[in-house]
Design a protein around this ligand. Structure first.
Ligand code: CA
Ligand code: CA
Length: 423
């Protein structure tokens, strides 16, 4: 715009001087024009970036940096030093050079982790089936915990997913709130089905209909960060994690992942754990390397097993796997008032999240020797409360070992057992 104004002023001068000034402008700025033309010819001229600004930078300074890079801010994340900015290649290179910018990262797409080739059966009509005990809930012995009157009451579990059906008679009473982080809706109602399925494995009601979750009195929160197709921007997932931290979640379930390691994703998981939030994440369905965030050491990575306690070929594997849980042909609640049978490490993960919710209510084993030293096996600082590390260790130590004895790449420490974790 300034260039155009300048050019119009030049026209007020006599022809000769205008000619030389015009030559100067052409020589001085010609290369910029050429660069812009290259950009315009680029197949993908601009993309979404997560900009990590230095802590404490003023709004004005951030705005100046974005403007100086000819970027468009699409949003500021809950972690205030992070912004999503639309930038072309030149702007990306430019913004990275500012002193006030710590990192420039791709705002990648993360996916829900139900299997494409699994046995997915989705109920066609909103029928009201009689309640059954899903095999996975039976297998982790959650049903053996309930008679002791422990059903997860008072524990807040955040499901960072596609939302949760707000109209489902087998879920609604346990859904205590939530948020939508996706751009097209402010409702956390589930427009996909995946999030409702995951939520039902954790906390479908113990009533007379449909399914029942592992912790059927838990408080479930719908943190919608994935869209109607089951995909979402990493920035929305990070926002969901920060919402969970500031809204009192004790556990978060991440049945989603990506094979791209992004520092801001890892930082968000670290923030959660540091705040005392237990992070449970799906290992992945590629049969290959464990995805992020499950691969981060601060998350509990969950692999899948079938009804024969065998991992399906698609359950991702690696030293990062911590636990295994039922993830094949899992029956649970779905979109609207439906039910569905689905497979994936997405389904295994909430079995562990439910087990965490129950184990959090188990009594501390705090004990001291004659010298006053803490000798507890699980509550290792004898403070009477469960930290994320203590709960993870308790679930791993009480899991049913599968595969190669001890920890292995396929099953981690073994099949989670909620009943054993309560003892
Ligand atoms: Ca039910
Ligand atoms: Ca403790």
């Amino acid at each position: 715009m300034e260039g155009l104004e300048l050019t119009s002023k030049i026209m007020e001068y006599k022809h000769v001087s205008a000619f030389f000034i015009a030559i100067f402008i052409f020589v001085a700025f010609g290369f910029v024009v050429a660069q812009e033309q290259d950009q315009n010819q680029d197949q993908n001229p601009s993309s979404r970036k997560i900009i990590v600004f230095k802590e404490g930078l003023s709004d004005a300074d951030e705005a100046r940096i974005i403007a100086g890079s000819r970027g468009t801010r699409l949003g500021r994340l809950r972690a205030g030093n992070l912004s999503v900015v639309q930038l072309d290649k030149a702007g990306e290179a430019r913004i990275a050079k500012y002193q006030g910018v710590v990192r420039v990262e791709d705002d990648i797409v993360v996916d829900a982790l139900e299997t494409v080739n699994g046995n997915v059966q989705k109920a066609k009509a909103p029928i009201v089936p009689a309640q059954v005990l899903p095999w996975g809930i039976d297998r982790i012995d959650a049903d053996r915990v309930w008679p002791t009157s422990e059903t997860g009451a008072g524990v807040n579990v955040g499901v960072i997913d596609t939302g949760i059906s707000i109209s489902h008679p087998d879920l609604a009473a346990n859904v205590k709130g939530g948020v939508s982080e996706v751009w097209y809706t402010s409702s956390y109602n589930d427009d996909n089905g995946h999030g409702s399925h995951v939520a039902g494995i954790i906390g479908a009601l113990a009533n007379t209909i449909g399914a029942v979750g592992g912790a059927p009195s838990v408080n479930v929160y719908a943190i919608k960060a994935l869209d109607r197709n089951g995909s979402g921007y990493l920035s929305d997932v990070i926002n969901g994690i920060d919402w969970a931290i500031t809204h009192g979640m004790t556990v978060i379930n991440l049945s989603l992942g990506t094979d791209v390691d992004v520092q801001s994703f890892h930082d968000a998981v670290i923030r959660a754990k540091s705040a005392g939030v237990i992070v449970v994440a799906a290992a992945g369905n590629s049969g290959g390397a464990v995805l992020y965030p499950a691969a981060y050491p601060e998350a509990i990575a969950v692999a899948a097993t079938d009804i024969s306690n065998t991992a399906p070929y698609w359950s991702s594997r690696g030293s990062e796997v911590d636990l295994a849980a039922p993830g094949v042909n899992v029956y649970s609640t779905y979109k609207g008032t439906k039910y569905a049978t689905m497979s994936g490490t997405s389904m295994a993960t909430p079995h562990v999240a439910a087990s965490v919710a129950l184990a959090l209510k188990s009594a501390s084993d705090s004990a001291t020797d004659v010298l006053g030293n803490c000798i507890a096996v699980y509550d290792t600082n004898c403070d009477g409360a469960w930290s994320p590390d203590e709960i993870q260790y308790k679930l791993e130590a009480t899991a049913t070992d599968l595969g190669v004895p001890g920890q292995d790449d396929v099953y981690g420490w073994g099949l989670v057992n909620a009943y054993a974790a309560m003892q």
